[in-house]
Design a binder for this molecule. Structure first.
Ligand code: GDP
Ligand code: MG
Length: 297
């Protein structure tokens, strides 16, 4: 049973000088209300963090998200420090409408860039806290035949500002065939609409075969079909994070049941540093170039 998060491989992804300082990582979730965003975040990180000191039925803690909620935790694992921030946004449908929703999200991302830009030009440049959004988990519904226009519109506002990782929420209501079909249609629609998701980097040629295979499977799973749950079930003496239905249990961490583990592994132990690098080199550079051209006008 896991009692750790799993980011201690971060130093292998990065130069040693960052290790002493620790790592900042911010993840944002966006999408329609009710798709399981808050539940997934909880399943990904918080459940584990609270596991030993919290009530068994964590489900009770999740309330409808009606405004931006930022949670930061400092966690340390095998001597590696991570300052993890999760930004939960009110999906459209809650309290605010679709238009307000993209404004809230893009304003938040821009504000963090602006702060970083200000800090970078200040005197204390060495100790900047990096609050920029490094990854946006964008949730789309499992029902419907493809991606909706409003999701295309919102993603268009976001894709040049942040790394979008697309997630199909509540995937337990689809069969394997339906998931396959929906994934293919979504990818086609994104391409037709020129929406650019986070590009997973090519695998280094000197990686071992097992790693390469894992990397191929990861890329083949995009967009990730996930199931979240904050209930720990006892299945034949084994503790399982899952959803209990009359006909059986969906085990969130079973790769046959959902892409949950692929998503978590990618976020935490294989691609965190690349998400940070892309944020710095592509998205922040865009922002900075705009600022500078405005100043010089
Ligand atoms: P949010 O509005 O996107 O943050 O959604 P919530 O996390 O608040 O979840 C909304 C409802 O969907 C709650 O009743 C959850 O228990 C349920 N839910 C969350 N994740 C899943 C899932 O993966 N599958 C199913 N079937 N229901 C889910
Ligand atoms: Mg929510």
């Amino acid at each position: 049973e896991r009692d750790y998060i799993g980011f201690a491989t971060l130093p292998e992804q990065v130069h040693r000088k960052s290790v002493k300082r620790g790592f900042d990582f911010t993840l944002m979730v966006v999408g329609e209300s009710g798709l399981g965003k808050s539940t997934l975040i909880n399943s990904l990180f918080l459940g584990d963090l609270y596991k030993n000191r919290f009530i068994p039925n964590v489900e009770d803690r999740i309330e409808k998200t009606t405004r931006i909620e930022k949670k930061t935790m400092d966690i340390e694992e095998k001597g590696v420090r991570l300052r993890l921030t999760v930004v939960d946004t009110p999906g459209f449908g809650d309290a605010i409408n679709c238009e307000d929703s993209w404004r809230v999200c893009t304003a938040y991302i821009d504000e963090q860039f602006r702060q970083y830009f200000t800090d970078e030009s200040g005197l204390n440049r060495r100790n900047i806290q990096d609050n920029r959004v490094h990854c946006c988990l964008y949730f789309v519904p499992p029902y419907g035949h493809s991606i909706r226009q409003m999701d295309i519109d919102l993603m268009r506002r976001l894709h040049r500002k942040v790394n979008i990782v697309l997630v199909i929420g509540k995937a337990d209501c689809l069969t394997q065939t339906e998931i396959k079909k929906l994934k293919a249609r979504i990818l086609q629609d994104l391409e037709d609409n020129h929406i650019q998701l986070y590009q997973f980097p090519d695998c280094d040629s000197d990686e071992d075969e097992e790693f390469k295979q894992q990397d191929r499977e990861l890329k083949a799973s995009i967009p990730f079909a996930v199931v979240g749950s904050n209930v720990i079930l006892d299945i034949a003496g084994k503790k399982v994070r899952g959803r209990q239905y009359p006909w059986g249990v969906v085990d969130v961490e079973n790769p046959l049941h959902s892409d949950f583990i692929k998503l978590r592994t990618m976020l935490i132990s294989t691609h965190m540093q690349d998400l940070k690098d892309t944020t710095q080199d592509v998205h922040y550079e865009n922002f900075r170039a705009q600022c500078i051209s405005q100043i010089s006008q």
